[in-house]
Design a protein around this ligand. Structure first.
Ligand code: GLN
Length: 481
């Protein structure tokens, strides 16, 4: 049978694989063929692993034949280039790690291997996950498959483009300030940033260690749930990993009952959102109200400081995390007469402009004399933002916000204006700063130059309450179907 890649989901593929309507090998071959045809233009992948993908598919078919299939057995996935798979290059789309082969499996890769998934390849991203458009990759930009003059969002833009372009059934990304949710929004996908600590960061190339989480990019909410369930869990090798918890048992702040109260921090929505994006957001809220949800205006007075706080804390952590790339221990090493020059030359040639900018910002806000004024102050305000969420969740089960202030923008439009690029993150960084889980679900289209572009609806829930996000997310999905 011919497989219509534009229609299948993890859920439907699972049924077809188990019913032997097609094999994992046929499904994998269909994706490899699609990649061969389309990825020359889109550039979602930095590397495609044809041979090992076929071998993994054959192994999955064997598992299925033996009745050992699990939820993701034989499911072809794309993996962001900052997630380690033993023996594979993981470059974080940087020149400095261009030839770095991972010496161990990340926790998530280990989990997925145990399920018998098929890894199709590693996807393009902003270098070290710094960005919102995938234009900061050292290996050239990725195009949005829905409109190739536009960016797919970032930094997990390659993962989003692979799924939206039907070149993978689902993908993993990482989200430090929005990098799963914003590309999901721009590509018409579902993107989940789990609760901080829900998914181990062991084997994720670190950006901002107090903010980073790995999560799924999928076509449906139920697929996001399946992939999240597969990768979450306690890991002794990550000291910030949470004890195991069940995301399917609610976790509502209110104790019993279905999540039904959604809070909207209206005062925060005045910040430079496109008019039609705001209208789409309001229309989604109306439909949720019609479906029985209560919509409440809530006050979260510290949210407007989120972006400023993020752009102090994140670069501080980036500058320390990138210090290990010194030309000695990992990756690119430029020969020079003194050790100081080896550092300077390797880092100078290995890092792109945005990574260098963030190292400089981070070093500055941490430097003695400025650390109190910037870094320490930002950490204090971060606590106020967390407190805003804690008090909001005493009154509501979830908080709703747009995912990003506009739809996918043109390639090149913001590339030379870091401030404009940083403003993309205004609604997404709050989840990372407070550690709460967030999801972006497609909810409507807006018109740009005669093209319809998708817009995401973002929901945030209390720590460990992913189930609330899935429940309301599925309602949003139903409403916009
Ligand atoms: N766009 C944000 C940034 O540039 C978020 C990146 C991310 O989540 N990795 O920092």
């Amino acid at each position: 049978m011919t497989i219509d890649l534009s229609k299948i989901t993890i859920a439907s593929a699972r049924k077809s694989l188990d019913a032997k309507e097609f094999t994992a090998r046929e499904l994998t071959d269909a994706y490899l063929e699609a990649i061969r045809k389309k990825d020359g233009e889109i550039h979602a992948y930095l590397e495609v692993w044809e041979n090992s993908a076929r071998a993994e598919a054959d192994a999955a078919d064997k598992m299925i034949a033996e009745g050992k299939a699990q939820a993701l057995t034989g499911i072809p996935l794309a993996i962001k280039d900052n997630i380690l798979i033993e023996g594979r290059i993981a470059s974080a789309a940087s020149k400095i790690l261009g030839n770095y082969h991972a010496s161990y499996d990340s926790f998530v890769a280990e989990k997925l291997k145990a399920q018998g998934v098929v890894f199709l390849g590693r996807t393009n991203m902003d270098e070290f996950a710094h960005g919102s458009s995938t234009e900061n990759s050292a290996y050239g930009p990725t195009k949005n498959p829905l409109d190739t003059t536009r960016v797919p969002g970032g930094s997990s833009g390659g993962s989003a483009a692979a799924v939206a372009g039907n070149m993978a059934l689902a993908a993993l990304g990482s989200d430090t300030g929005g990098s799963i949710r914003q590309p999901a929004s721009h590509c018409g996908l579902v993107g989940l940033k789990p609760t901080y600590g829900a998914v181990s960061r062991n084997g994720l190339i670190a950006m901002g260690s107090s903010l980073d989480q790995i999560g799924p990019l999928t076509k449906t909410v139920s697929d996001a749930k399946v992939l999240f369930e597969a990768i979450k869990g306690h890991d002794v090798k990550d000291s910030t990993s949470l004890p195991d918890y069940s995301s399917t048992k609610g976790g509502l702040s209110t104790g019993s009952g279905r999540a039904k109260r959604i809070g909207v921090p209206r005062a925060f929505l005045k910040e430079g959102v496109d008019k039609d994006v705001l209208e789409t957001f309001e229309a989604t809220l109306k439909k949720l109200a019609a479906a029985g949800y209560e919509i409440h205006d809530i006050d979260m007075p510290n949210l407007p400081y989120s972006l400023a706080v993020y752009y102090i804390i994140m670069p501080a952590e980036v500058s320390t995390n990138l210090a290990r790339f010194d030309g000695i221990r990992y990756g690119l090493s430029v020969e020079a007469p003194t050790i100081g020059e080896v550092y300077a030359k390797s880092r100078g040639q290995g890092f792109g402009p945005e990574a260098r900018r963030r190292i400089l910002m981070g070093t500055f806000v941490l430097s003695s004399g400025y650390a109190d004024a910037y870094y320490r102050k930002a950490r204090q305000v971060r606590e106020l933002i967390r407190a805003d969420f804690s008090s909001a969740f005493m009154r509501v089960d979830a908080v709703a916000l747009p995912t990003s202030p506009g739809p996918a923008f043109k390639i090149g439009e913001k590339a030379n204006d870091p401030m404009a690029m940083y403003l993309e993150d205004i609604f997404s960084v709050t989840a990372n700063l407070s550690g709460v889980p967030g999801i972006s679900v497609p909810a409507g289209m807006v018109d740009r130059e005669g093209k319809k572009l998708p817009v995401g609806f973002q929901l945030l829930a209390p720590h460990k309450a992913e189930e609330t996000l899935f429940a309301i997310g599925e309602q949003v999905e139903k409403n916009s179907a």
